[in-house]
Design a protein around this ligand. Structure first.
Ligand code: PNW
Length: 479
């Protein structure tokens, strides 16, 4: 019998994001982002914190590179703080050379250390200046031009050494969490108890559309002006989690499972691979979902060199037998953690939405692979928090057996998808290299394979899982 495995050149490593790790938010001329502003609003972040210091990677990046080397990582996925490079953000605004230099040095040092840099251009921290100037992600014409200029600055500065570009991280989160429920910056929602501005019935769909168009426009520039001489690949990273029916006997719940995947993943995946939105979304949302002009479709369709996949868990899905509410973004269904028999989909973690379900990883990556014609896939995030980890002693935190098991189970499932289901997966980035600023959950939730001592100068201590990942790959990669 064949054994599930990964090929010799499988690219594995760890992921982070600028606002979650860098700190130094006012250093060397960095401008504010919408996350700086959002964190300043009382009540938005669980522990009242912000990215003001985070892991201090703006200063301590050499420790991050040392850590990656020590762990045997082949790649490192990080993101660019747009407002560090262009403080106000716009196409006619000045570039901040010192901020840009930070990323040039980071890439140089990674390459010297033999670690492949994988760069995310946008991981949610939009320059506040663009939000103020014209409404940021809500304004397609202005925003696209500014994003393309930013992308161009980065291709110019880093493209000789960076061969993997990710235009956007998880547009679903920017759209839904940022413009429907208001849990993420800029906090727009129809709920007037939470925000004075926002229209949950329309804005998320507009924002999602605009992100797709800006992604397509940046890919076009990369392909026409840089790809040939720089020789890299470019794609988008989409999040999504597997679904199981709440009642396995119910035809409605089974259908709702598929609809949930379409509302989460195909919202972005279908326009890129099929040139249209899913029928289920058009049916429910009507003209609140933007129409594709020929021009925009041409930018977006076929715009992925690879599919970046983020996934963490799975949900039970229960159909809602009434017409959808205008603010619904799920596909008119309930997302549950227990099924009809009261069985939990997985063990509890510190994140209310995350319960590990490794067999769902294999099923989901096959679903994506089948729907999009067997694209090259890089898993750009996968990982877990641990229940009450922050309340434990340092010794206990470092012995994170729960996280070790998560990685063992998920990497086994991924190897099976590759070997037995014909999924063309070429790499895997664990989330995250470091404990870091977990957005609205602040620092209470730790996702790192490395413990960061926030009271002790952000010193880094690898947990058991940090070392385990290399050992798991050692067993799974063909010799
Ligand atoms: C991803 N949800 O976000 C992000 O890309 C990371 O920056 C983040 O730290 C990581 O997952 C862990 O949360 C998500 O509510 C945030 O379903 C929230 C959800 C999904 C993904």
């Amino acid at each position: 019998m064949t054994k599930a495995s990964f090929p010799k050149d499988f690219l594995w490593g760890f992921a982070t994001a600028s606002y979650q790790i860098e700190g130094g938010i006012k250093d060397d001329g960095r401008g504010p982002s919408i996350w700086d502003t959002f964190c300043d609003i009382p009540g938005k972040i669980a522990d009242g914190s912000s990215g003001v210091t985070a892991c201090d990677s703006y200063h301590q990046y050499p420790a991050d590179i040392e850590l990656l080397k020590q762990l045997g990582a082949k790649a490192y996925r990080f993101s660019i703080s747009w407002s560090r490079v262009i403080p106000v953000g716009g196409r006619d605004d000045p570039v901040n050379e010192k901020g840009l230099q930070y990323y040039v040095t980071l890439v140089d040092e990674l390459v010297k250390a033999g670690i492949e840099p994988m760069v995310t251009l946008f991981h949610w921290d939009l320059p506040q200046g663009l939000h103020d100037r014209y409404g940021g992600l809500l304004n397609k014409e202005e925003y696209t031009k500014d994003y393309v200029r930013f992308a161009r600055v980065m291709f110019e500065a880093l493209g000789e050494k960076v061969k993997f570009w990710i235009t956007y991280n998880e547009p679903w989160c920017s759209s839904v969490l940022g413009y429907s429920i208001g849990q993420f910056a800029p906090g727009h929602t129809s709920d007037r108890k939470k925000s004075p501005v926002g229209d949950s019935s329309r804005e998320p769909w507009t924002v999602g559309h605009n992100i797709l168009v800006a992604h397509g426009a940046a890919v076009k520039v990369y392909r026409e002006e840089y790809k040939q001489k720089q020789g890299g690949v470019i794609g988008i990273t989409l999040n999504g989690d597997w679904t199981e029916p709440w009642d396995p006997e119910s035809k409605e719940d089974i259908e709702a499972c598929e609809r949930k995947l379409e509302f989460a993943i195909s919202w972005f995946g279908d326009p890129i691979y099929h040139g249209k939105y899913p029928d289920s979304m058009r049916k429910q949302l009507g003209d609140r979902l933007p129409e594709w002009t020929e021009e925009d479709r041409a930018l977006v369709q076929g715009s992925n060199d690879f599919y970046g996949m983020n996934t963490y868990c799975a949900n039970y899905i229960k159909n809602i037998p009434h017409p959808a509410k205008p603010e619904d973004f799920t596909g008119n269904l309930e997302l549950l953690l227990e099924n009809k028999d009261g069985k939990s989909i997985g063990e509890l973690t510190q994140s209310p939405w995350l319960r590990p379900y490794p067999q769902g990883f294999r099923k989901l990556i096959k679903w994506i692979s089948d729907r999009y014609g067997k694209p090259i896939i890089y898993v750009t995030e996968n990982g877990t928090s641990v229940l009450a980890e922050n309340d434990k002693t340092k010794e206990e935190i470092l012995n994170d057996d729960f996280r070790v098991k998560y990685f063992e189970d998920h990497l086994q499932a991924l190897a099976e998808a590759r070997t037995f289901d014909g999924v063309d997966v070429r790499g895997y980035m664990a989330w995250s290299l470091l404990d870091n600023f977990e957005w609205a959950e602040g620092y209470e939730t730790r996702f790192g394979v490395t413990y960061v001592d926030y009271e002790g100068g952000q010193k880094r201590y690898p947990k058991k899982s940090a070392k385990a990942i290399g050992q798991i790959f050692d067993k799974l990669i063909e010799k």
